[in-house]
Design a protein around this ligand. Structure first.
Ligand SMILES: [Zn+2]
Length: 323
């Protein structure tokens, strides 16, 4: 996008008659200086493009901090430390955080889960968000390997924290957004009606029973968005009008080559949201060789990939979804 400034006319000044010799000199000077001179009035600083404010490096630093806490399965001390870190970062960026705590039966018995929900608090009146940005922040529990989920659980959470910083600088946009960090995305055994998606299932149930689902007209879920070799694969059943705009956003930023469709559907935290009629796209790079292996470590992800996903998402939000 180019910002075109208005051409201003140079004001005509009243002046005393100019002596002949000086007039001649001025005419010669005028002949020499025939380059059209555009009087540039002090243009307002170029309009801030929010997607250019996003820092992949800052998002990456958050991922590093999360990974440093170690494996972070639901109910663990390391996950509580992650929560405190996330809450602290959100508050620094002007967001108000609520803990949505609940317990659920799992194949490992009753487990305590905590979703984190953030709304922008810089408004005088209460925020009334209409769009969800989500990530899960737990990591899958493994008994035999040390799984730190740099990409799976880490990357999207770090990116959401960077969204909080950038979007927090634009209160008009921030008040329309709710950030949700889901606990218990990972299944203990297999995804089923009762295993996996603990946090998003609970969040959706609460939203629906409280009559709050209608307030949201859409959502983006981020999951595994940091792979050095980035190839976002939007699930085949994603809401078509949203994917069209996401592809258009990627195109506008000349990043379209990183985005394609997955040839199948995926079970992820977007499913319970779509089930309560909040159209939500899962922005995920499912082609990740270290998925659910001990190799999902910080060296597999890059600030550049986080930058790509983050800037396309912000372009999509500001130019399409929330324009
Ligand atoms: Zn996973």
């Amino acid at each position: 996008m180019e910002i075109v400034g208005r051409l201003c006319q140079t004001p005509i000044q009243k002046h005393r008659p100019i002596p002949a010799f000086l007039r001649n000199a001025l005419q010669i000077a005028a002949l020499l200086v025939l380059i059209p001179f555009v009087h540039t009035s002090p243009l307002r600083a170029a309009e801030t493009k929010i997607w250019e404010q996003l820092s992949g490096e800052k998002a990456f630093a958050h991922v590093q901090r999360l990974v440093d806490f170690g494996p972070r399965p639901a109910g663990s001390k390391a996950l509580e430390k992650s929560r405190e870190y996330i809450e602290d970062q959100l508050r620094r960026s002007g967001w108000q955080v609520t803990r949505q705590a609940f317990s659920d039966d799992t194949p490992r018995g009753k487990i305590q889960f905590v979703n984190l929900i953030a709304q922008f608090s810089g408004q005088r009146k209460a925020a009334s968000p209409s769009f969800l940005l989500c990530s899960h922040y737990d990591t899958k529990m493994f008994d035999a390997i040390r799984f730190v989920g740099a990409n799976d659980g880490g990357s999207s959470t770090g990116l959401l924290l960077e969204f909080a910083r950038v979007i927090g600088q634009d209160p008009n946009l921030a008040k329309k957004i709710e950030l949700v960090f889901f606990d218990g995305e990972e299944a203990y055994e297999q995804f089923s009606q009762t295993d996996g998606l603990y946090g998003s299932r609970y969040f959706a149930r609460q939203l629906e029973s409280g009559g709050g689902a209608k307030q949201f007209h859409g959502g983006l879920l981020f999951d595994m968005v940091g792979d050095r070799s980035l190839g976002i694969t939007l699930p085949a059943d994603s809401p078509a009008d949203m994917t069209r705009d996401i592809f258009a956003a990627a195109e506008a930023l000349k990043l379209r080559n990183h985005f394609t469709y997955l040839d199948r559907e995926l079970i992820d935290d977007h499913v319970p949201l779509n089930a309560i009629d909040i159209p939500t796209v899962d922005i995920i790079d499912f082609d990740y060789p270290w998925w659910h292996t001990a190799g999902d470590t910080i060296d597999k992800i890059s600030a550049a990939s986080l930058q790509i996903v983050g800037s396309v998402a912000l372009y999509y939000l500001s130019e399409f979804a929330l324009k």
